[in-house]
Design a protein around this ligand. Structure first.
Ligand code: ADP
Ligand code: MG
Length: 701
């Protein structure tokens, strides 16, 4: 953007230093350019007064003119609800409030005309409006003559300084008058023409002051297009630059270790998907470029074996491998199962976690530096600066969602050249999110489970049916199976979390006497050594029941366990439920997952349970999860951090636009990788501008 748009907001008429400060601190807006990109979150259709009998679905926020004909309050103290009938000459609609009940009730006067603003929704086959705004007709402000009136988010602090939504609208009007002619186009004409996009200045004008609903939709589309397009262009360029510049270790041979393992140790036939992924990795290894690959595969799809066999290729080429897991339990389990799988190959496999003793650690550090250790398995402890390798060639990061991008980067620095990196995740990420979070990685997918797996039967049971569930557990235990019973981990209150588990444990031990069945208990407050001991009893089959909070979520493998009971299942997120369910169904027996809930479920809770009962497809489940919760809250993305904050596009809703612009970006970069062509200069300039803007932001905050 040009100079004018870089002007600080305090110089804008109607803003001044005080308000500018608030806009900066509350909304992160510093310049004209920032403000003009601060979009409304909704629009009220003021082009007309709707008649009540004209109300249909899919309307924006509308206004209706009429009178209150009845008011009724229901519920007590905290669950009060006010419902009102609002009537015009064509009919009556119900208005509902859950908050501010008293205030609204007191301020409504009968027999005078009101305007109400709100978004009609269908409830019990009738339209109603929840939390409408109301205004007396006589006080109705008709001065803003935009048909669709925008509304902007503000904060309490801003409202106290009279920076209301309406005030922001006025400032936006002043700003638009001043800068409209100096808004430069950010997309080349060949793109705006081909895809019939509004010019930027008109898109911005209409996003704030839409002339009609249709133009508003076009403005939204243009801005979403631009936003997602630049993210993709940036990620794809990063990937290209990385591939071009980063020389990686070349693993040119597949040698004895790999071949011996394949011939003598491999306990089963690889699935086709496993074979395909191993081949993809082998090609990367041989390319001379550094690999950065994401391996997605549902729980139980056999990712560990892929990691292991590709590690053998690294070892065949005289390089060390590090395998990093998110929890100690999982690291230990990887360590033990990998050691067992590699028996007879004469390899040195070591374990490093937070609880490795100082003395052991010293020995380990030394062996590592001298290159005596072939595979080092561990937790975050591997990242510490003290841990130095002789020649680290390959890093596998299991369950990526627990690690951040920064940690990925840290492993790079362990060597002169960055090692090849394989990131494995069992949380299937919706495509749209993967493209945004990992758009710079190559992606491999294991889309096939090992043969002979039976579908896990999943059912929903209410707490009131507990006796029947216990009877079922008993039958399974008597058949020799093992059972998980999992309680939710309540982050806000560790105490409560523990209490849930303790209460549950009491009734479990009554129904299943310790002497007869053996119960392992694992929860977050135990010391790692205690946890490990309890886990091990269960793994070895000494205990038949594992009662746990979600610490067991990731990766544990006990093939004889065939029943997963999830208590208070409504309190878990979908991907977590799916992960937990993946703990069973690993052996030959029919497995079951029982989702226990109370009788009262929220709509979202119901939807989650229904989805689990209906589907076992991790990708489908993650799509539903994304729709229900929005992109910000998908498990793990908080930790890994979105690379760029989205201003207008929504990953849950705009997947199609995202796919579309990604393809466009790919084509452009194929033809003109460095954006050197004259017709692409505008892209190049805006890419660097975006980066600068980003930089500026960081140095301010
Ligand atoms: P995840 O992808 O969830 O990490 P694992 O690697 O733990 O899955 O594998 C789950 C189970 O499936 C393990 O017991 C493993 O030994 C087994 N397994 C892996 N690959 C195969 C295969 N090709 N055929 C049969 N069983 C397999
Ligand atoms: Mg795993």
């Amino acid at each position: 953007m040009n100079d004018k748009l870089n002007t600080e907001l305090k110089f804008l008429k109607g803003v001044g230093p005080k308000k500018a400060e608030l806009l900066a601190s509350e909304l992160g807006l510093f310049t004209y350019a920032d403000l003009i990109r601060y979009y409304p979150y909704k629009y009220i259709d003021k082009s007309k007064f709707y008649k009540i009998n004209e109300i249909s679905q899919n309307l924006a926020y509308i206004q209706i003119r009429g009178k209150f004909t009845s008011l009724s309050e229901t519920g007590t103290k905290f669950k009060k609800r006010l419902s009102a009938n609002f009537t015009d000459e064509t009919g009556t609609i119900e208005l509902v409030w859950f908050k501010g009940v008293k205030w609204i009730k007191d301020s409504i006067k009968p027999d005078i005309e009101y305007i109400i603003f709100g978004k009609p929704t269908i409830f019990n086959n009738k339209f109603n409006i929840v939390h409408p705004e109301i205004e007396e007709l006589s006080k109705y402000d008709n001065k803003i003559n935009s048909a669709l009136e925008p509304a902007y988010h503000t904060s309490e602090k801003m409202k106290n300084m009279f920076l209301t939504s309406k005030a922001i609208l006025k400032i936006q009007q002043t700003l638009m008058q001043q800068v409209y002619s100096s808004i430069w186009e950010t997309l080349p004409a060949y793109i705006t023409d081909k895809y019939k996009l509004l010019p930027l200045k008109d898109a911005l004008k209409n996003i704030h002051f839409p002339s009609d609903l249709e133009t508003l939709k076009m403005a939204e589309y243009r801005l979403k297009f631009e936003e997602l397009f630049y993210i993709q262009l940036k990620l794809l360029r990063l990937k290209k630059v990385r591939i071009e510049k980063s020389h990686g270790y070349q693993f040119s041979v597949v040698g004895d270790f790999f071949n011996k393992f394949y011939k003598n140790n491999l306990p089963f036939e690889l699935t086709n998907a496993q074979k395909r992924v191993i081949k993809e990795i082998r090609i990367d290894f041989g390319s001379g470029k550094q690999m950065n690959r994401l391996l997605q595969g549902d729980v139980g799809s056999g990712k560990t074996l892929v990691a292991l066999m590709t590690a053998l290729i690294a070892i065949d080429n005289n390089y060390q491998t590090a395998i990093m897991a998110p929890t100690e339990i999982l690291a230990i389990q990887h360590f033990e199962s990998i050691k067992e799988l590699l028996i007879g190959l004469g390899l040195n496999i070591s374990l490093l976690t937070g609880s490795t003793k100082a003395k052991e650690r010293r020995i380990l550090h030394k062996q590592l530096e001298e290159g005596e250790i072939n595979i080092l398995i561990g937790t975050h402890a591997l990242i510490e600066d003290k841990v130095k390798f002789n020649n680290l060639g390959y890093v596998v990061i299991d369950e990526q969602h627990r690690f951040g991008v920064a940690q990925r980067a840290k492993m790079w620095k362990k060597n002169i050249k960055p090692p090849h990196i394989l990131v494995m995740t069992a949380t299937p990420i919706p495509r749209t999110l993967a493209m945004t979070l990992y758009g710079d990685l190559d992606v491999s997918i294991i889309d096939e489970l090992p043969p002979g797996r039976k579908e896990i039967k999943t059912v929903h049971r209410f707490d009131s049916q507990r006796l029947r569930v216990f009877k079922f557990i008993k039958d399974e235990l008597d058949k020799g199976r093992q059972v998980y019973i999992v309680y939710p981990l309540i982050q806000e209150s560790e105490k409560m979390d523990f209490k849930d588990l303790e209460d549950g444990l009491e009734s479990i031990t009554r129904a299943f006497p310790q002497e007869k069945y053996g119960i392992s208990v694992v929860h977050g407050k135990m010391k790692p050594a205690e946890k490990e001991k309890a886990m091990n009893f269960f793994v070895k089959g000494i205990t038949k029941i594992m009662v746990a909070t979600t610490v067991i979520e990731v990766g544990v493998n006990v093939p004889n366990a065939s029943v997963m009971i999830i208590e208070s299942a409504e309190r878990f997120g979908l991907s977590q439920l799916h992960q937990l369910r993946g703990r069973v169904g690993r052996g030959a027996e029919q497995s079951y997952c029982i989702l226990m809930t109370g009788n009262k479920l929220t709509n979202d809770g119901k939807k989650r349970i229904e989805t689990m009962v209906r589907s076992s497809d991790g990708f489908e489940i993650s799509e539903v999860d994304l729709k229900l919760r929005g992109p910000g809250s998908i498990d793990g993305t908080q930790q890994s951090g979105m690379p760029i904050e989205l201003n207008i596009a929504n990953l849950a809703k705009d997947g199609q636009i995202l796919e579309f612009v990604r393809q466009i970006a790919i084509k452009i970069l194929d033809k003109d990788p460095n954006l050197d062509e004259s017709y692409n200069q505008i892209l190049k300039k805006n890419l660097t501008n975006n980066e600068k803007q980003h930089f500026k932001w960081e140095s301010i905050s």
